[in-house]
Write a new protein. Structure first.
Length: 239
């Protein structure tokens, strides 16, 4: 029986705990997946040891949402269900920007394009994106993100694995095997969510309850807001 991926400390940054919790930044992460010879695989890479956040950890491509993402052109728009999931905790303009950021980070960090490159400018293909879950970095961390995890099939991406060098050891890793690099606990949790989701019949995937992770690994149900309104922010926790 394969050994599951092993986690390591999510919040280890080598810095003292801040006196006041940092404000989380909106971030987007993309699980690009495929069926490989060893089962379901996802694209991941190792962050440089020089990074302040999650150094030397095996992660998915992703990063914070930039201001330019809010006005960037797209080759297609978000799937209605994906948009509704994102808008539970984001205004419509930010929800779209999260999708843009996920695909932009994929291209920058891995060299793979989900969309079109026109004169060096990316037009993201938002339609294939599907929503998985969300995670809020612990309040004790000096760098915090409100990260949304999206996924898309690798067969729709073009290009060759290269990227900017920000992620090393880029490869598609089987999600049921122990990787040769360390994972953060939240990454292991998200992989488990993805594995469980993909085990469901496709017709049932959109009906699953939406969840988010608070702190290191506290799993919670998303509170559904009233139609047309973004849900209120969560209460801070040092979990």
């Amino acid at each position: 029986m394969p050994t599951p991926m092993r986690p390591t400390d999510f919040t280890a940054t080598g810095e003292a705990r801040p006196e006041k919790p940092a404000r989380p930044r909106d971030a987007a992460t993309l699980l690009l997946w495929r069926e490989g010879p060893r089962g379901l695989e996802v694209l991941m890479g190792v962050r440089s040891a020089k990074h302040r956040f999650m150094p030397s950890r095996l992660v998915f491509p992703g990063g914070r949402v930039d201001r330019e993402d809010r006005t960037a052109p797209a080759a297609s728009e978000l799937d209605p269900q994906t948009r509704r999931c994102l808008e539970l905790r984001a205004a419509p303009r930010l929800a779209r920007a999260i999708g843009i950021a996920a695909i932009r980070e994929l291209e920058e960090e891995t060299g793979l394009v989900l969309g079109q490159l026109e004169a060096g400018r990316l037009r993201a293909d938002l339609a294939p994106l599907r929503y998985l879950c969300r995670a809020l970095t612990p309040a004790m961390s000096p760098v915090r993100f409100n990260a949304r995890f999206l996924f898309a099939p690798a067969e729709l991406a073009t290009g060759s694995l290269a990227g900017s060098g920000e992620l090393e050891h880029l490869d598609f890793y089987p999600i049921t095997e122990t990787p040769p690099h360390e994972l953060a606990p939240i990454t292991a949790k998200v992989l488990g969510e993805f594995r469980d989701l993909m085990a469901l019949p496709e017709a049932e995937r959109q009906r699953r309850p939406l969840i988010w992770y608070q702190g290191r690994d506290t799993r919670r149900l998303e509170r559904v807001s009233q139609p047309g309104r973004v849900a209120a922010p969560e209460r801070e926790s040092v979990a």
